[in-house]
Design a protein around this ligand. Structure first.
Ligand code: CAA
Length: 303
């Protein structure tokens, strides 16, 4: 690195307080959905403190209950010692106060896929977090740079994208907006390795790697059902048996959530203008009827 770049980097650190690649020990997780609870569990398992922040006491409690239920199942199956469950739960606390996340080394937002809501949250992060905290979004498709640009120090913002169920799936995408510093990306990679996940690096393009490839496939499965080419059950059986996928496209759509799927496809379609991403009418109809998948006990299938 030449002298000029070293000087500029040092100046930036002084101005913004991005001091070092200090390891992450406490993580604030924003949100109360399935992903937020799953991320909290993953963090707590790796012996870091997880503070789950929800907007209401009721949703914070419901989120924690979801984690407790999953761990209880593991204990029942004999896959987890009760002492280990207690250790994980002791590492998780909940709050409704954003200020309680002030000392966290890393914040991961996992709230609704709505850019304005996320941007507002990032503005609030600026007011409460310490300047060395890393700020991450678990967005599936929204541009990370749009969140980075609303904070005073966009260098510390990146995407840390988990997959559902976060407790089980090994992959995390580390998303680099053009604004992120090398330190931020390297700290994010360290964090991902500390939680025992496999990290892949990707630029800040809609859908990153996985969703850009997965969602046209899911959308085309719906098209095939609409066309009457095959039944839902046979399409699912075909993709499980023919490709060794753990679940077929309709079971997966119900797991991901049809509202989430719709919003991901809308974003991909708006970004790339490719009709392959245009959400199929049947998907919209199910969402309009409130059949959102497993979380509402009905989607393509009934639960
Ligand atoms: N929470 C915690 N643990 C869970 C779980 C959950 N929600 N679901 C399953 N598990 C655990 C089970 O307890 C079990 O663990 P043990 O073996 O230790 O007991 C293990 O996972 C396997 O589960 P099951 O035996 O019950 O069932 P399975 O073998 O059919 O696996 C599955 C279930 C893990 C969901 C598997 O079917 C799978 O991997 N499906 C594909 C999921 C996928 O593709 N996800 C990506 C979605 S896209 C996305 O997330 C991106 C986005 O931005 C929207």
């Amino acid at each position: 690195m030449n002298d000029c770049r070293i000087f500029q980097r040092a100046l930036r650190r002084l101005r913004f307080g991005v001091v070092n690649g200090a390891p992450v020990e406490s993580v604030g997780i924003l949100g109360s959905g399935i992903m937020a609870g799953g991320i909290a569990e993953v963090v707590a398992r790796a012996d870091m403190r997880a503070i789950l922040r929800a907007r209401s006491e009721a949703s914070a409690t419901a989120s924690l209950k979801g984690v407790e239920k999953g761990l209880a199942r593991q204990v029942e199956k004999g896959k987890l010692e009760p002492a280990e469950r207690d250790r994980i739960l002791a590492n998780i606390s909940t709050t409704t106060d954003l200020g309680a996340l002030g000392q966290c080394d890393l914040l991961i937002e996992s709230v609704v896929e709505d850019l304005e809501t996320k941007q507002q949250l990032f503005r609030e992060f600026d007011a409460v977090t310490k300047p060395t905290a890393m700020l991450a979004t678990n967005t599936s498709t929204l541009p990370v740079v749009e969140m980075a640009k609303v904070v005073k120090n966009p260098e510390r913002v990146c995407g840390i994208h988990f997959f559902n169920p976060a407790q089980v799936l090994p992959l995390v995408e580390i998303v680099r907006p053009i604004t992120a510093s090398d330190e931020t990306i390297s700290r994010a990679a360290d964090f991902v390795s500390k939680i025992g996940k496999e990290g892949v690096h990707v630029l800040d393009r809609a859908g990153f790697i996985v969703n850009a490839l997965l969602f046209p496939y899911l959308n085309n499965a719906v098209r095939m059902l609409e066309d009457g080419t095959a039944s839902m059950a046979d399409i699912d059986t075909a993709m499980k048996g023919g490709c060794n996928f753990p679940m077929g496209p309709f079971a997966l759509l119900d797991l991901v959530g049809l509202d989430t799927t719709l919003s991901i496809l809308d974003t991909l379609h708006a970004s790339f203008g490719d009709d392959n991403f245009a959400p199929r009418p049947m998907l919209r109809q199910l969402v309009e009827k409130g059949r959102l998948g497993r979380k509402t006990k009905a989607g393509f299938y009934e639960y």
